[in-house]
Design a protein around this ligand. Structure first.
Ligand code: HEC
Length: 87
């Protein structure tokens, strides 16, 4: 029984990891940066505050919030900025 539980957990983890790498751009951020602005600022809030890709990337890297730790890759942030319509 224990083995089944563990393998199920492993399967779920692999699945999550795979979907994380598959989802690109702003889709990766939406889980936290929801439209209601809960947990993290919404798309509208971010585009109001940041006008360029550079500004957004800088802010994303500077934030001290541990939830952002895995989302500081240049490529990831650039894709997301593009989806947000930033230049
Ligand atoms: C696991 C949840 C989570 C994910 C996924 C996530 N973020 Fe965040 N993000 C946060 C939290 C929490 C903050 C801090 C909000 C605050 O300080 O009010 C934050 C802050 C930011 C900030 C700084 C906002 C500011 O006003 O300084 C930027 C920019 C940002 N995120 C961009 C992104 C981008 C782009 C992605 C996708 C590549 C992303 N985030 C993915 C949770 C997340």
């Amino acid at each position: 029984m224990k083995i089944v539980t563990v393998s199920l957990l492993v399967l779920i983890m692999v699945f999550c990891a795979a979907s994380l790498t598959l989802a690109a751009g702003w889709d990766t951020c939406k889980a936290c940066h929801t439209d209601s602005g809960k947990i993290a600022p919404s798309k509208a809030d971010l585009t109001k505050k940041f006008k360029t890709t550079e500004e957004l990337i800088k802010a994303a890297k500077e934030t001290k919030n541990p939830m952002m730790t895995n989302f500081k890759g240049d490529d990831l942030l650039k894709e997301a900025a593009k989806d947000l319509g930033l230049k």
